[in-house]
Design a protein around this ligand. Structure first.
Ligand SMILES: NC(=O)c1ccc[n+]([C@@H]2O[C@H](COP(=O)([O-])OP(=O)(O)OC[C@H]3O[C@@H](n4cnc5c(N)ncnc54)[C@H](O)[C@@H]3O)[C@@H](O)[C@H]2O)c1
Length: 353
């Protein structure tokens, strides 16, 4: 019989300086956890998230600069942790196409390093993995129509329910492959090694502290562009639709998955805003124009490879098992994002003056 892991032991968040990771670190630290972060700071701008965490929580947050491709660094970071939230990743489909080897090494092999490090502990910590809706592929087999408000399935049943975990996996880009591979390894370790591990398949998460760019994080990217008054480039017809999820709801799902790990061990859960929070790119831009009072000049580029015209999470499994559901409407959430992004741009302007 192994002793229970001390409740004083830290939780590890890989990618904890990133957008979702720092919001999760903040939540867990506010709830009294010691938090260890492993991050290589490869995402531009995330040092500001670390500074923010340090200002709020001081030494409750321990930062280790390291790369998940380095098995030794991962073993050190996992040692003694009572839970591991594995969020560090190469996050952009575009970069996975230009450098598939790097994408694989970070996302697939990096996840195996985390799982092996967890397995090597006297008692394996809970491992919660941030997977993605991209594991369901382009969904090009689903008949869809655009009724003026964006693409959605012709089947009212599917449009109303969203995509469930029973949907077969289909990887449509190197990023889809590397994240999907990692997703499957996490589920396999839960069964092969009885590890308390689970997968959260996130769709489109947005909110404060998101350093969105043209390659990834489109809601924040367009919000930053709207505030700056810059032109926006839309890949595709702008009618592609997504279920938006505010980051506060996303991190609540991670915390609930840890709390209920015995119930969700070995399971994948779809986590997103669901059919009630559907927004097309054009609709988001119109909302940003209204909120900022600016007109955004659009240019159009070809659709990106493997891009889904529509995706909505069926989050009912997560609701049942985690006692969780999205609580923030996309309009309120985007206003929250704009408020933070406006403050950030203001601070940058002062710093440059
Ligand atoms: N934001 C979304 O909408 C969304 C959707 C689906 C899945 N996800 C997944 O959620 C996780 C977090 O995404 P995010 O939006 O916070 O992205 P992010 O880029 O803000 O955060 C990722 C963090 O990982 C770090 N990192 C990257 N490569 C690393 C490496 N080799 N070693 C150590 N650290 C490394 C980065 O510096 C960054 O701080 C990712 O796994 C991503 O695939 C996010």
């Amino acid at each position: 019989v192994t002793a229970a892991i001390s409740t004083d032991a830290p939780v590890l968040i890989t990618g904890g300086a990133g957008f979702i990771g720092c919001n999760l670190a903040d939540k867990l630290a506010r709830e009294g956890c010691r938090v260890r972060i492993l991050d290589d700071l490869s995402r531009a701008g995330v040092e500001a998230n670390l500074d923010w965490l340090r200002q709020r929580h001081g030494s409750t947050i321990a930062f280790v600069r390291g790369d998940v491709r380095d098995a030794g660094a991962v073993h050190k970071a996992v040692a003694g942790a009572r839970a591991v939230f594995h969020l560090a990743a190469q996050v952009a489909v575009t970069c996975s196409l230009s450098d598939p080897l790097q994408d694989f090494a970070v996302n697939a092999q990096g996840t195996l390093h985390v799982l092996e490090a967890a397995r090597a502990q006297p008692q394996a910590p809970a491992v919660l993995f941030a997977s993605t809706n991209k594991v369901y592929g382009a969904l090009s087999d689903i008949p869809m129509r655009d009724d003026g408000g964006g693409w959605r399935p012709c089947s009212a049943e599917l449009a109303d329910a969203g995509v469930a975990e029973s949907r077969p996996l289909a990887f449509a880009s190197p990023y889809g492959c590397s994240k999907g591979c990692a997703d499957q390894y996490v589920l396999d370790y839960a069964s092969s090694f009885a590890m308390p591990a689970a997968v959260l398949r996130l769709s489109c998460v947005y909110g404060p502290r998101q350093m969105g760019g043209a390659d990834q994080g489109w809601v924040a990217h367009f919000a930053h562009s709207a505030l700056r008054g810059s032109d926006v480039e839309i890949c595709g017809d702008g009618q592609q639709t997504r279920d938006l999820l505010h980051v506060a709801d996303a991190v609540a799902a991670f915390a609930a998955a840890w709390r209920h790990i015995a119930r969700v061990q070995g399971l994948a859960l779809n986590i997103g805003g669901g059919p009630e929070q559907m927004v097309s790119v054009e609709r988001l831009l119109a909302y940003l124009e209204m909120e900022t009072g600016r007109t955004l000049r659009r240019t159009y580029a070809p659709t990106r490879m493997g891009d889904q015209r529509w995706y909505a999470s069926d989050w009912r499994r997560a609701a049942r098992l985690l006692e969780w559901s999205p609580s923030i409407s996309w309009r309120d959430g985007v206003r929250d994002l704009l408020a933070w992004a406006g403050l950030r741009q203001g601070a940058e302007a002062v710093a440059c003056a």
